[in-house]
Design a binder for this molecule. Structure first.
Ligand code: CA
Length: 647
């Protein structure tokens, strides 16, 4: 009976595999390329420090089955092995009001640690040794330690670390790693020289070894893109013989350089000093939109390097790429931690409602109560969450498909590739030309490849007519491609077909031929003598009858149709003169327009209102000037040649 059941089950599995090879064990729409050589014990961490404050604010979390579930269980079920939690010494004002950012004190860490332990995950303890956020920009000393000499402060770090870890241990929390300081680039706990900082790091490490001898001790730095600073940090740690196991880095792809640079730096450090290395923080946006009424650090308008589209698949691809880099290009790499993937909006209704919750429960990045401690940052900009669009849960607490990536990387989920995001199209169209929309559009596919896919535009005859009659204007045309909305921004312009029409590039495309040996004939840089811009074509000659020249451009990109040519001239002392604009088609003059030289600032415009350009014919536009001259000699300026289509 048992054998028969087994063989039937096996047959079913084989059949399923044979009939639809794309359908792997996991039913997910997420494309995940397998990460080769992924170790069984690889650390997939999630910083989830704000969860209790969010829950107090009314946030609920759900599993993939749609049922409300302990978010730490959802994380464990989806391959997270370590929960990272920051600890601030005393994130409260004198009246007991929390600074925000989750009010992450020791009690918060214990509560989170117990939930993590319950679901089989380890806790990654992140001591900031500050009462609030510590990062490369600020490393403020805790209130209680202000004014301490380094010896006292070292003892304080030791005692605080030891007592905190002992309480975690007493609460049954499984601590797997302890981080001594957060993003300690040259600063830590108010100290600014390595000679002092190393004492603090030593003290934290010593306390950790005593309480949790099995736990890894990590140091954490940021900004791998800044050349050799990591090598300097590692060298200092070695010089002072700081006792640690893991050299950890933040890696936010928007700012932190290439993965090649990161893995190269980490590998050098690992090889030189015998350390383990890891990515301690990363995240990526699934949308450019804000969901909690506090603006986000990354959004649609952010001026950042954008490796992936801001989509759920983009989040997964970022995580997969970093994991692959740490597993396969960083021999000593042990893990990747996502930062605050559970930090979501506390409400959908209004800034006022959310603000009240942020203030009361500390569920925003900072409350107004943080102002006395951190007056220049939190004190000015306190508010909600600036990373809610980088969470791995949506604004209502439901997990995004990207949360599955941790579990899927080991086996891969290489389902058929589809379009994930479309590139907007930008078109410039001449008023009198036929608007031609592209038949394909650039798409980023779920495997991060780029393809051109067919697009259908919603351009009706009425809209086309409106654009034809509407003059110079901007339009947005929508369409459909790959199941998504496509967008094409069209600028209808009075297009000038001439190159360097205003001589600002020094006369590119123009040919001037001096027929009478003028003293001066060149492009001059003098804004006051220009019609527009700062440059124009200048001529001057002292002797009589020594000004005669042509200035021409052969037009290479002109479509078939009807066109207008105009150009402007001013000057003086010309005496008897002949000046005109002209157009030649296949060598034959088809139009001329006279211009007169009078006095400074009186521009004369020669206009040939319409000429035909048959298909394939060569068009030359130009200016002819001949002056007898008088007094100081003829002089003049030519500027702003316009070749536009007409109806
Ligand atoms: Ca926000």
């Amino acid at each position: 009976m048992f054998l028969k059941t087994l063989s039937m089950a096996l047959a079913f599995i084989l059949l399923a595999a044979a009939c639809c090879p794309a359908a792997l064990a996991e039913d997910s729409s997420l494309y995940v390329k397998k990460v080769e050589n992924l170790p069984e014990d690889f650390i997939f961490g999630m910083d989830a420090s704000c969860v209790p404050a969010l829950e107090k604010s009314g946030v609920k979390y759900y599993g993939f089955d749609g049922n409300e579930t302990d978010v730490y269980k959802v994380l464990a079920d989806n391959g997270i092995t370590h929960i990272r939690v920051r600890i601030w010494n005393d994130p409260y004002d004198a009246n007991g009001n929390g600074y925000g950012g989750g009010n992450c004190d020791l009690a918060n860490a214990i509560a989170i640690g117990q939930r993590a332990t319950q679901y089989g995950m380890k806790l990654l303890v992140n001591f900031h040794y500050s009462d609030f956020w510590a990062d490369p920009g600020k490393q403020m000393v805790p209130k209680a330690w202000q004014g301490m000499e380094i010896e006292q402060k070292t003892e304080a770090v030791y005692q605080f670390t030891k007592e905190s870890l002992e309480q975690l241990k007493a609460a049954g929390v499984d601590v797997g790693m302890v981080q001594i300081g957060n993003e300690t680039n040259q600063f830590m706990c108010g100290e600014k020289i390595w000679f002092n900082i190393q004492y603090l790091m030593q003290a934290g490490a010593k306390a950790t070894r005593e309480v949790f001898p099995e736990a890894l001790v990590a140091l954490h730095f940021a900004n791998p893109e800044k050349g050799d600073s990591y090598l300097t940090y590692a060298k200092k740690m070695d010089y002072y013989q700081v006792d640690y196991d893991v050299f950890a880095s933040s890696y936010y792809p928007y700012w932190h350089g290439s993965l090649d640079n990161l893995t190269s730096l980490l590998t050098t450090i690992a090889d030189t000093y015998g350390k383990k290395v890891m990515v301690m923080e990363t995240s990526y946006a699934y949308t450019g939109a804000d969901t909690d009424f506090t603006g986000n650090t990354i959004g649609d308008g952010s001026a950042v390097v954008k490796n992936y589209p801001y989509t759920v698949q983009g989040q997964a691809n970022n995580l997969r790429a970093i994991t692959d880099a740490i597993v396969n290009h960083t021999p000593a790499g042990i893990g990747v931690v996502y930062w605050e993937g559970t930090w979501i909006s506390v409400g959908q209704n209004s800034w006022e409602e959310n603000h009240a919750l942020w203030e009361q429960y500390g569920s925003g990045w900072a409350s107004s109560y943080a102002a006395p401690y951190d007056p220049y940052d939190a004190g000015k900009y306190y508010g909600g969450c600036a990373v809610d669009n980088q969470a791995l849960f949506d604004a209502t607490g439901h997990p995004l498909e990207s949360l599955k990536v941790f579990r899927l990387m080991g086996q891969g989920n290489e389902i058929p590739v589809v379009a994930d995001a479309l590139e907007d199209v930008t078109l410039i169209c001449d008023l009198n030309a036929e608007l031609v929309l592209p038949e394909t559009i650039n798409a980023v596919m779920t495997d991060d490849s780029r393809q051109q896919i067919p697009v259908q535009w919603n351009l009706t005859d009425d809209m086309r007519q409106q654009m034809r009659d509407g003059g110079v204007a901007q339009y947005t045309i929508t369409g459909q491609a790959g199941g998504m909305e496509a967008r094409c921004d069209v600028s209808m312009v009075d297009y000038n077909y001439l190159t360097d029409y205003s001589f600002e590039e020094g006369g590119t495309g123009w040919v001037w031929t001096d027929l009478a040996h003028a003293d001066e004939l060149y492009v001059e840089d003098k804004a006051t003598d220009s019609l527009t811009g700062s440059k124009h074509m200048h001529f001057w000659s002292a002797a009589q009858n020594s000004v005669e020249f042509t200035l021409e451009q052969t037009v290479t990109n002109l479509p078939e149709g009807k066109f207008r040519f105009a150009v402007s001239l001013m000057g003086g002392d010309a005496g008897n003169h002949e000046a005109y604009a002209y157009v030649k088609v296949d060598g034959q003059t088809v139009g001329t327009a006279p211009m007169t030289i009078t006095s400074y600032g009186n521009w004369s415009e020669g206009i040939i209102p319409a000429f035909d350009h048959p298909a394939g014919a060569q068009v030359v536009v130009g200016v002819y000037v001949k002056c007898q001259g008088e007094g100081n000699g003829a002089w003049g300026k030519i500027d702003d040649a316009m070749l536009n289509s007409v109806k």
